[in-house]
Design a protein around this ligand. Structure first.
Ligand code: KIV
Ligand code: NA
Length: 252
């Protein structure tokens, strides 16, 4: 399929032209980002925090995801669209495949889920059905409550080995790329060298992976109440909105 071709084209960029990924949750941002040349638009379950106002991603449901994947799909014609499988939507391989198909029907080219070894069967079931899968290792936000916070990963040799083992399981199951989240820079570099599929970093330092992903609100200053330490805002749209609205209120 066209989706498989697009995912394969990104996979082939391993070690070559770096891959630029951003999250998008609605039609206007999808259209602006796609037209600006982003390679991959992730309808991430960060949606729960930066759009829906929940404290973390554990509140996000399939119906939230479907609603926003549909909007992004209407605005995007070039980038690969990836839809996150939210928490508990892939508790079994059967559920993983059924929900991946729903995201694709809503307009996603590919899906993403969190974790390594224990997700092997789920990833394989989805890939075998012809749907590209994006892996996600390192800090796994859907487990933030069990972990008691957002912690840096890959600090010790044992953690490096554990992440590598998970990434290898994902490669064996057929993912086209893997997100590395909040992995210490030196470990992210080692993993990037070791793995056959592209690594896409967030919170892993600069130029350590084969590509990067950022949350759009972090890039444009759209969510002033929480800014991750690794964010590099290039605009301040929340201040612009406040200014425009104050002008409007005064003028009325
Ligand atoms: O939901 C999301 O935005 C993500 C990225 C941070 C990788 O999963
Ligand atoms: Na996510």
């Amino acid at each position: 399929t066209r989706s498989q071709e697009k995912a394969q084209a990104l996979k082939m960029r391993k070690g070559g032209k770096r891959i630029a990924c951003l999250t998008a949750y609605d039609y206007p941002s999808a259209r602006l980002l796609d037209e600006a040349g982003v390679d991959l638009l992730l309808v991430g379950d960060s949606l729960g925090m930066v759009v829906l106002g929940y404290p973390d991603t554990t509140h996000v449901t399939m119906s939230h995801m479907l609603h926003h994947v549909e909007a992004v799909a209407r605005g995007c014609s070039n980038a690969l669209i990836v839809g996150d499988l939210p928490i508990h939507s892939y508790d079994t391989a059967e559920m993983a495949l059924a929900n991946a198909k729903r995201l694709v029907a809503a307009g996603a080219d590919a899906v993403k889920l969190e974790g390594g070894v224990r997700q092997f069967d789920k990833v394989k079931a989805i890939v075998d059905a012809g749907i590209p899968v994006f892996g996600h290792m390192g800090m796994l936000p859907q487990r933030v409550l069990e972990e008691g916070g957002y912690k840096k990963k890959g600090k010790s040799e044992a953690e490096y080995e554990a992440i590598l083992e998970g990434c290898r399981a994902l490669e064996d199951a057929g993912v086209f790329a893997i997100v590395l989240e909040s992995v210490v820079a030196a470990t992210a570099e080692r993993l990037t060298e070791e793995l056959e599929v592209p690594t896409i970093g967030i919170g892993c330092g600069e130029q350590t992976c084969d590509g990067e992903v950022a949350v759009i609100s972090d890039l444009v200053g759209g969510y002033p109440w929480f800014v991750p330490p690794f964010a590099k805002p290039q605009a301040d749209i929340s201040t612009e909105v406040t200014k425009a609205v104050r002008w409007y209120v005064d003028q009325v």
